[in-house]
Design a binder for this molecule. Sequence first.
Ligand code: WAQ
Ligand code: MG
Length: 256
Amino acid sequence: MDYYSLKMRASQRDQHISGAERIVPKESVENVCQAMVRRAMTHSKGDPDFINVKIEKVSAEDIQLLKALPVTRVDVETAEEGLKKAFSLLRNDAVKSVMASEVTPSELACFLDDFETNLSNLLKETFPMRGAMLYDIATGKRLEPDKRRGVRATYMDALHSSEVDGKKNHFNEAIVLATKVANAPGMVAEICISDDPNYVTGYVASQKMGYVRIMKMKEMNDENGGRIFLFDSRKASAEECIQYLQEKKVLVEVND
Ligand code: WAQ
Ligand code: MG
């Protein structure tokens, strides 16, 4: 069966308003395209003066099918508690990854000293980015070729996701993205906080921990958000990881 990738982005005076992407069977292309245009035209951020819709054929054998990460949730009272929880989960996975390669105890201690400080500092800088930071836990360095934009995961969708879905559903989109990201070469884990001022739920995710929703990671009306992909350059090269994130076609089987 032939599939098509559809991508939409809309802007107003060069400011991004809305975007969406799907991978759907041939017979759904028209309807999905219409739904995307509707999404662009009815966005709360305003009327677009530019909409770009790109439609590309994808052959079925180039598509990787993945099972969605298992989902759990953590309820917290405050954003501070949510962030603390997120960091401790990320730390677990990062330590496992570090321990899997030959490191001395002092290297490990050094890594742990810096880990949380580095991450929380980086999270303060993700706001203006359209993509994610790619943070190398082996060196503490950022690996995105374009540091202002970051790295974007693309070419992914839920398998059999409802045909015409004009509205953004934060969770449905995030579980698909997180599943693809967790399967990228060398990937250790991900942390995500929405840049939507009224969406305070975020998540951390990895193949080891699954997708962990953390119900509050920032205060209401705060538009600071962002994503950091934690990567281990001892396991794969940044190039192959980025290539997977940007080019591999992925459909995610979501159990609903
Ligand atoms: N690839 C890499 N980074 C991205 C991408 C992408 N395709 N899309 C967005 N980002 C980055 C970008 O810097 C955004 O500012 C940031 O992530 C947040 O994106 O279980 O809505 O689309 O309910 O605002 C989480 C759902 C929702 C939690 C996350 O992210 C739950 C969300 P947003
Ligand atoms: Mg957003």
